[in-house]
Ligand binder design. Sequence first.
Ligand SMILES: Cc1cc2nc3c(=O)[nH]c(=O)nc-3n(C[C@H](O)[C@H](O)[C@H](O)COP(=O)(O)OP(=O)(O)OC[C@H]3O[C@@H](n4cnc5c(N)ncnc54)[C@H](O)[C@@H]3O)c2cc1C
Length: 447
Amino acid sequence: MAMPAHAKYVIIGAGIHGLSTAWNLAEGLKASGKGSGEDILILDKGGIAAGASGIACGVIRNNYFQPAMRELMAHSVDVWDSDPEAFSYHQVGYMQISAECMRDDVRSIYEQQQAIGYESTFIEGAGETDTYMKNVFSDWQATGVTSVLHEKRGGFANNTAAMYGLATKAENLGVRIMSGVTVTGLISDDGSDAIKAVETDRGTIGCDEVVVALGPWVKSVWDMLDLPKTVDIKGADGAMHTDIPMWRYWALEEGTLGIDPNIQKTNDGGMPPVIHVDSDAPLLSDVDGSLITDELWGIYYKPDFNFGGIQGGAMPYPVKKDADEVEVDPYGVESPEFIVDDNFAHMWCSALAFCQKRFEGMIKHYKDEPSGGIGCFTPDSFPVFDRFRENVYIVADSNHGYKMIGVGKLVAEELLGQPSALLKPFSFGRYARGELHPVSNSPFPWS
Ligand SMILES: Cc1cc2nc3c(=O)[nH]c(=O)nc-3n(C[C@H](O)[C@H](O)[C@H](O)COP(=O)(O)OP(=O)(O)OC[C@H]3O[C@@H](n4cnc5c(N)ncnc54)[C@H](O)[C@@H]3O)c2cc1C
């Protein structure tokens, strides 16, 4: 495809947010008579699903402790539900099985899910948890857990297939997607902050609006826009905390046990919900019985025919480097630095065996191949969805985002002049105003 000289809307990034925004913007332009999908150009230096969206585990859930996150996720689950086939979405549900220290938090999540009509069940007590889980999986044996939140909606989607489903919807409305085009700069209007053109390695494209949906690469364009490297945050006590780095990275650890996914069917022969366990019982090696950890630990897993086995992950770890020094490229499984090692396989497979007897002795089937990847996080680990430099909309999901397929719809509405109440709590200005989201006791930075 030849490089156009101008596009009304230039969207940078063909992951979940860029594609979802393009699709919904094209719909909105058509419905309002303000234009069409042909006004939208997506640029990606790789191609569709070349970033985090193409390696994500694909889990879709709503067990967020923060009311604003929960409402936003419920909106996204509606979008997943709207076309499961196109999105390669498996609505098997999701179970959060938690340690005692998380019980109150998870109960509050349950109560608020009921308040917004998000269908779930909450079970409390160690014995009750064990009985509930054994009714699903007869070999359930996890200890150190005292509650289950069973979300009846959500589940998971096949990562890349869902992106192609979104791309098809967008392209059917006239959106153009250009792969192999790297954005190298943003040119502002004389005397104004607004961006008038996007510079790429294949030429310059004039534009009216820019959407930045770059996942782990968000910092690169943030820097091109000369946005602040640090922020001041007003704490709950009213005190200002100054010079907090805007970006930091965490490494996500995931892998696959290469066994028949059917092994994880439920007692009644159905496909099971995604399982997430956070336990405070000591975790012992399934290989030699040695202690792996006696601190709170967490894992998640699901049978996945796409990955070819039982696929899942464990708690991420912070990348202990200044954000300026983190090499995002080569990304994902190509990275020499941020792929999982034997310690992950040992911990995760031992934790699977801790939860269900059927996984005992299975570590030998662990797929010894590169997996995992890094995510770029904001100062409070919650998304920033906001407009900068007058005409640049930044979708920075702080690595919450594969499940957030609905954010593109809300961003499109904002681009068309309709402010979104669901996105408002994720404005950049919340840091200075001290309008922060509550923090849970989960060992995961994104719960
Ligand atoms: C291992 C792993 C597992 C995950 N699992 C889950 C999960 O189960 N559930 C969940 O909800 N979330 C999950 N996430 C988080 C989720 O994947 C991300 O939050 C989400 O995919 C980000 O989407 P995005 O569209 O913002 O960015 P991406 O999907 O990363 O897309 C960004 C695109 O920008 C392109 N790009 C970068 N720089 C440039 C440039 N200069 N010019 C042009 N193009 C450029 C890239 O090629 C890429 O295609 C996971 C993340 C990781 C790393």
